[in-house]
Write a protein that binds this ligand. Structure first.
Ligand SMILES: Nc1ncnc2c1ncn2[C@@H]1O[C@H](COP(=O)(O)OP(=O)(O)OP(=O)(O)O)[C@@H](O)[C@H]1O
Length: 321
């Protein structure tokens, strides 16, 4: 299947000399929900701004539905709906005139039926005559989506759709975005929240310091999320993992005082009983034991660094922005 968006060797260096994107290659499949995940300043907004024609790339090329974003700017742009991070609308305009106006901006002829459908799908139809200022925060966000969809784009970009949104509203938003995907719109969203990617995405791309470090099916990511660790505090630090335990999924912490066993909570046999038997046979004693789940942040950091096993101290340090 032809990709709906094709990004090749894309790079961006801002005027001040800061390189925000390096050598990005990515194909978006038609009909998928793709989550672009990354810490603050990773380059997510820069990437979508280039695809949407708001920022010029320094290198590389992008096509949207086969249209080159530079050579065929207008046609490429018409394929795209963009919901920006900030809610920006004229407060005294009505919902209906806001979506009608947005459609007009793309040179599309009037189509009341289409706009009605969009507003109904986003549960805004009852509010069509309301002034925007009277809408709740959640409704305003939905209106931003309605505006972005008003010209019948095939691709919808959602930049941080649920930043600062409460849990309940977040769930509604997710359900709505899935509904849009089911109606045939390809969706690319940026997020800081790995839960959001987990909940919604078919595929996930992780961007860090301007580089796309992972592009993966969500299910593969989920497997990583099912990991848990059993940590044993040793009476005497070990220099290395004893040979008798070499075949087990084990690591030592940085000073050798903890032996950490990694297992999959979803699997039927965690192997813990066997691990404890092996410890006994190898004459390794322990003072204490506790389990901990890999937190979402840790998995995120692991992904960002392309590594699976990192020390706790490093992990918490790395997440600070
Ligand atoms: N116009 C600009 N001029 C110079 N540097 C910029 C400009 N816009 C963004 N940057 C820098 O490029 C980097 C990437 O920014 P970008 O907004 O793409 O990140 P992001 O991943 O979307 O972050 P956030 O999650 O905080 O929105 C940042 O270091 C930012 O300071």
């Amino acid at each position: 299947m032809e990709p709906i968006i094709s990004i090749r060797d894309l790079g961006k260096t801002y005027a001040g000399g800061f390189t925000a994107l390096k050598n990005i290659n990515l194909d978006i499949r038609p009909g998928e929900i793709f989550a672009l995940l990354g810490p603050n300043g990773a380059g997510k907004t820069t990437l979508i701004s280039i695809v949407c024609g708001i920022v010029n790339a320094s290198q590389g090329s992008v096509t949207v539905s086969g249209y080159d974003i530079q050579r065929d700017y207008r046609r490429a742009r018409r394929e795209i709906g963009l919901v920006p991070q900030e809610i920006s609308t004229d407060a005294f305009e009505s919902v209906w005139s806001a979506v009608k106006f947005s459609r007009g901006l793309f040179g599309k002829g009037p189509n009341s039926n289409y706009l009605e459908n969009i507003l109904r799908q986003l549960s805004l139809w009852e509010k069509k005559s309301n002034k925007i200022i009277t809408l709740s925060g959640g409704m305003k966000r939905r209106l931003m989506i309605a505006k972005a969809l008003s010209h019948e784009p095939h691709v919808l970009f959602l930049d941080e759709p649920t930043a600062g949104v409460d849990v309940e509203l977040r769930q509604d938003m997710w359900a709505m975005v899935r509904g849009l995907r089911d109606s045939g719109v390809t969706i690319i969203l940026t997020t800081h929240y790995i839960e959001e990617a987990e909940e919604m995405a078919d595929r996930v791309g992780v961007i860090n310091r301007g580089e796309l470090v992972v592009v993966e099916e969500k299910n593969v990511l989920m497997q990583r999320m099912g990991e848990k660790e059993l940590s044993l505090t040793l009476p005497e630090p070990l220099q290395k993992i004893p040979d008798a335990l070499a075949d087990l999924p084990l690591r030592l912490n940085s000073d050798g005082s903890e032996l950490i066993y990694r297992f999959d909570i979803k699997s039927e046999d965690t192997g813990i009983a066997e691990f404890l038997r092996c410890l006994n046979a190898a004459n390794i004693d322990f003072r204490d034991l506790h389990t901990r789940e890999s937190s979402l942040e840790e998995i995120f950091v692991n992904l960002v660094h392309g590594e699976h096993q990192k020390h706790e101290g490093q992990l918490s340090g790395e997440m600070q922005e």
